[in-house]
Design a protein around this ligand. Structure first.
Ligand code: SF4
Ligand code: SF4
Length: 320
């Protein structure tokens, strides 16, 4: 049996909504099949008021063993570092976060806000928000760069806006069943099993990417979204085309560009007008190239690809 506590800071509840839609395994499976005891969750917990406060105190003191502490949303520090803009159970949430993280075997940050600040931490960051162990790409965050849970692991970051439900439940199962040692984390503490490949890995538009056949309107069935519509699939680490959304599709399969929501810089360019859904170029060359590709190579291969593109690549091949 592994005790799990889930709290929300500066959040829209999007990751909770995502979590409750998990299928492989589902939130119910966590309880019935994988021995997770959900001590409390904002949408599932029954304790209120003094009872909830006592539960949290017992987790901090060790009276109740806290195996997994899950946090969703940013850690709010405003105003003036007090955190009182986000009070919870009688005190600033940031104080609960600090004490519960110190008491837990594993700390898991779910979604961009909890991992690195996400949209709330965009300049000018009025709520003075941080992620648990990062602020954007800078390590440190609310808990500090040297923080480790009692298990010896730093915060396990599962980013996304929101995170895919099955990324969440599969990592929770791994931790709860004693397989945390199998997890390897990348430089941003994301589990490599999900975040080593790119959004582009498995995208059905890869052949259009290869022949530089572009699409210019959302939802078209032919063409790649990289060249005009700002798709970040070739430089975003996510399994969105390997573990499909709703078991059906992905953003790029449906004809919408990947916005890079699993990367610490998201939202890129702080959503300045003209930077969203539009490839930023200089002299016709994208300012941001696929990971690992340099400008000269890009110019050579796209020139050759365009010249070699077969006629069918420009045609609508989807007849059903
Ligand atoms: S649509 Fe995006 S993810 Fe798909 S092939 Fe093009 S650039 Fe890559
Ligand atoms: S396709 Fe891109 S923007 Fe959409 S969920 Fe995946 S990583 Fe995030």
């Amino acid at each position: 049996m592994a005790n799990l506590l889930w709290l929300q800071g500066g959040a829209c509840s999007g990751n909770t909504m995502s979590f409750l839609n998990a299928e492989e395994p589902s939130a119910c499976d966590l309880v019935t099949d994988f021995g997770i005891n959900i001590l409390w969750h904002p949408s599932l917990g029954v304790e209120l008021g003094n009872n909830l406060q006592q539960l949290l105190k017992d987790c901090v003191s060790g009276k109740i063993k806290l195996d997994i502490f899950v946090f969703e949303g940013t850690v709010v520090n405003a105003p003036d570092g007090t955190g009182t803009w986000n009070r919870f159970a009688g005190r600033p949430m940031k104080e609960w976060v600090k004490e519960l993280s110190a008491a837990a075997d594993f700390v898991v940050a779910i979604g961009d806000c909890a991992t690195w600040g996400g949209i709330p931490a965009m300049a000018p960051n009025p709520s003075d928000s941080q992620g648990l162990q990062f602020l954007k790409k800078t390590k440190g965050g609310s808990l500090g760069k040297d923080f480790k849970g009692k298990s010896g692991l730093p915060v396990i970051n599962i980013p996304g806006c929101p995170a895919h439900p099955d990324w969440v439940t599969q990592i929770l199962v791994a931790v709860a069943t004693g397989r945390a040692g199998d997890l390897t984390l990348d430089e941003y503490q994301r589990p490599k099993t999900f975040f080593q490949s790119f959004t582009q890995t498995g995208c059905t538009r890869n052949m259009h990417f290869a022949y530089k056949v572009s699409m210019t309107q959302f939802g078209q069935r032919n063409g790649c979204l990289f060249y005009d519509l700002g798709c970040r699939g070739p430089m975003t680490h996510s399994p969105c085309n390997r573990i499909l959304w709703n078991r059906q599709s992905s953003k790029t399969r449906a004809g919408m560009p990947c916005m890079g929501c699993t990367e610490p810089e998201f939202p890129f360019h702080d959503l300045a007008p003209g930077t969203v859904f539009k490839t930023q170029t200089v002299m016709g060359v994208p300012k941001e190239l696929p990971t690992g590709v340099d400008k000269n190579s890009y110019i050579k291969y796209t020139g050759a690809a365009k010249a070699a593109a077969p006629k069918w690549a420009e045609e609508d091949m989807f007849v059903v």
